[in-house]
Design a protein. Structure first.
Length: 173
């Protein structure tokens, strides 16, 4: 099993590699297109990695445990600032990926467990929210097994607005 650790700003080349792999493997799962990601410069990737490892975001990656080894998974949580400052902070799970060769081995479980922990302990969020395509029964079942429930809310799916993204949420300890 690969080790799970936080993305560092100097991991920008690994981030670029795994992001391009993510977009090629499951293009409908992300708002960004593969072509747009390929057009980004080294400087843009450096800035992106720095932002993804900042104060209001936790990005977890799984790798082989050696510097420069291929990333086999990625999960990102960001703070979702409430409109009302009296409401508790929420975090949003916005990026999930496990490389095909590591699927079904428990890596997604490990990434999600650590993402929930980081969202609560490090970001101070009381809930973790995510959106799942209405037709993705595997993802819905996976998140339900991890304590997420549908909230009854939905929003148009960014890549195909004729479909819905169901909002799921889980309280954090």
């Amino acid at each position: 099993m690969p080790r799970v650790r936080r993305l560092r700003a100097d991991d920008w080349q690994l981030l670029r590699t795994v992001r391009l792999e993510m977009l090629a493997d499951t293009p409908m799962a992300y708002v960004e297109s593969l072509d747009a990601a390929r057009r980004q410069t080294d400087t843009q990737w450096q800035e992106r990695a720095a932002a993804m490892s900042g104060d209001s975001s936790v990005t977890l990656v799984a790798d082989g445990g050696e510097d420069g080894s291929k990333l086999s998974g990625l999960m990102r949580v960001v703070v979702k600032h409430p409109q009302d400052p009296e409401k508790p902070l929420q975090a949003m799970l916005i990026s999930v990926y496990v490389a095909p060769e590591h699927r079904g081995l428990g890596l997604a479980d490990e990434l999600l467990n650590q993402a929930c922990k980081a969202a609560g302990e490090d970001l101070g969020a009381e809930h973790l929210e995510l959106g799942v395509h209405q037709d993705n029964s595997r993802a819905l079942a996976f998140y339900r097994r991890h304590g997420f429930e549908t909230t009854g809310a939905s929003r148009p799916y960014p890549q195909d607005t004729s479909k819905l993204e169901l909002v799921m949420e889980r309280p954090l300890p």
